[in-house]
Design a protein around this ligand. Sequence first.
Ligand code: F6R
Length: 631
Amino acid sequence: MCGIVAVTGYRNALPLLINGLEKLEYRGYDSAGIAIVNPEENNLICNKSEGKLIKLKNNLSQQEIIGTVGIGHTRWATHGKPEVKNAHPHLDSTGKVAVVQNGIIENFLDLRNKLEQEGVSFQSDTDTEVIPHLIKKELNNLKKLNLEDNGSTLLVAVRNVIADLEGTYALAVLWADAPDSLVVARRQAPLIIGLGEGEFICASDTPAIANLTQTILPMEDEEIGLLTPLGIELYDSNNERQYRNPTSLKCSEQVVDKMNFRHYMHKEIYEQPSLTKNWIEKYLTRNNDSNNIRVNYSFDTNFLEDIERIQILACGTSRHASMVGSYLLEQFSGVPTDVFYASEFRYSPPPVLPNTLTIGVTQSGETADTLAALSMEIKRRESLENKLCKPNLIAITNRLDSSIGRQIPNIIDISAGIEIGVAATKTFFGQLLSFYGLAITFAQIKQSKTDNEINKLISSLENLPSLLEDLVIQHNEISEKLAHEFSEIKDVIFLGRGINYPIALEGALKLKEISYIHAAGYPAGEMKHGPIALLEKKVPVISIATPGKVFEKVISNAQEAKARDSYLIGIAPKCEGTEIFDYLMPLPTADEWLSPLLAVIPLQLLSYHIAAHRGLDVDQPRNLAKSVTVE
Ligand code: F6R
């Protein structure tokens, strides 16, 4: 989290920084700030404000800041409250060194204590502030060495300082005495250099670069770079100069417009039918013989034939999609599958078993926990002699240009288009579709289902877009009305079973994150083992009851809630049994395998309308960020 942007060149830096920060605000919006070198006065101009970028823009609109080298930051608070004093850039005591950082410096307390003992006084509660003070100290030491020029001196100073930092960082550093230079460095946090003509931009993510250039040089882990308008010097952790060719951005900057919607999230929910249509066109190919359908991947799938088990690593909403995926892969395709919280897997992985496929699922492609869990898994498997235990990898992401897109060769591209709303909706849907594709592929490989059964699922998927179109329109209206009933509600319980248990979890997560109402999802059969104690009149229960294996069971579980006076909302088709619901959000009757793709729509829309009705900031809910790049 946190977005960094840094520029050096010949143009005025301020508009470039602001434009870049606008594209990075999804990474955090607790505060924003910039620092620009003022070459005439040999100092830095720094401006920061609490809250969203618009506040900083308003502050800056009264000022004329001239300077071609600068850094900017949009913050998601880790250490220190979202206040101006904790906003980046952070300066040393002379105000000549400025630093923006993304990540967490784990040993900052030790470093801070030492600096304080030496007389340094700190202005913020952040972990970052130790960095400019340490750099200044290092610059003072280096002065004695009389290095070639001030840019190189800054590079050496930053290199010496990062050697003492523990934790993760992407950082950009300015020094007023090196007015053309920028130093950037990264460890386990993304940083990409964009190569313009006579100018360079460095940012946490490609949208901040795309406006200026399509030519990029993603920094590798542990690299440090010196950027001036004349060129780039990149070094690895052994101080070896690195030379490699730049690449082109994989996706051009997409113009994202809210159209007539009040919020991006609402628009993104509405995009799900067309996204499904595109997915079918992209991934399902019918050979001449119309019974022979294959899922199209951009990589060779031969290695899947030897796979005997699957482990999936993901966080949050991506984990919920993975849980539906796991259900499909086991129940439809017959492959044993486990889903792990990436953050837990990292520190307590299961024993290594042979012929295992590891799937990393992350819409942003930047989630630190997922990336770290994948790297750990790759390393531990590569260190083994046993060839059968070597890593077999797939990543499911919406961002080909992300860290995961660069790290894992076998990518399943969700192709959902950029998602702006912080709460994931259409990318969740795209992840679900990706798992349907994988389940079909594995069912064909393992012959776990007959051709007829597989083709039936494929036909149901092909019929989905028109069902979804109607569903979105119908439930938009229903949810908008129902949202009024939630004005005084403080707790909501979501129930589901089997393939729809993860949808109950996702429904609860959506409601929590955008409406700030406490919500919890449970497997419906677990209610009676404890959570039932929560039930009373003021606690509505939303139950997903789709015809199939566990329909009657879910209805009985709903009865148990009704007997405790809960207001019962059913996400279910209008059919025998569903009359027990106080309110029915109707689903079309469809193949049980497809039910998650239908059931999630009313839940997304209901959460959206509840939050919008409460007048909340739906697209940028408090405390959240779209891309979670800290552990
Ligand atoms: C919820 C949400 C988060 C993300 C999670 C993982 O709406 O968006 O729970 O799903 O932070 O993010 P990615 O998929 O980018 O790894």
